[in-house]
Design a protein around this ligand. Structure first.
Ligand SMILES: [Zn+2]
Length: 90
């Protein structure tokens, strides 16, 4: 992977992470309360937990350095990979 491809891959990951947050928030509030209204509160709670776990698993699997594959940690705006030192943004 070239430096250019790594930075592009990181930019795509950042965009995916923003979409994932938006989708998760939408599903948590709108989806879970709709399910709760229709099927009962217990199913609404289950939906919320499933969405939350699904979001965390997605971020855990996707939020990795494009060069070395190590998890990037909680910080959203990273300039370098904390493990291999690869530059992630211009
Ligand atoms: Zn790395």
């Amino acid at each position: 992977m070239t430096q250019e491809e790594i930075m592009l891959a990181y930019a795509r990951k950042r965009r995916r992470r923003i979409y994932a947050v938006l989708v998760a928030v939408f599903l948590l509030f709108v989806g879970a309360s709709a399910v709760g209204q229709i099927f009962g509160d217990r199913y609404g709670m289950v939906t919320a937990v499933v969405v939350l776990v699904g979001f965390l698993v997605f971020v855990w699997r996707d939020w990795r350095c494009p060069a070395c594959g190590h998890a990037l940690g909680a910080e959203f705006d990273q300039r370098h990979c904390p493990y291999c030192g690869t530059r992630l943004v211009r």
